[in-house]
Design a protein around this ligand. Structure first.
Ligand SMILES: [Zn+2]
Length: 71
């Protein structure tokens, strides 16, 4: 279950909640009971939009010529 970070605009506290992705947009209540919270950007990278460790082959050859096996 993904974790989402929220910040309370009443007391300025930040807290995390583990909730289903379908409820990520639902309002969260701060641990102190304040309902005025905002959802922060997730600190956990779920999608693979970052840099991958291995470069993708540009020739379309899948499974070979990527690790020097065809050298
Ligand atoms: Zn609060």
């Amino acid at each position: 279950m993904p974790r989402y970070e929220y910040r309370c605009r009443s007391c300025g506290d930040t807290f995390e909640l583990s909730r289903p992705m379908a409820e990520s947009a639902s309002p969260a209540t701060c641990p102190a009971g304040h309902p005025d919270t905002v959802k922060l950007l997730s600190t956990v990278s779920v999608a693979g939009t970052g840099s991958s460790p291995a470069p993708a082959p540009s020739g379309g050859g899948a499974g070979c010529c990527g690790g020097g096996c065809c050298g």
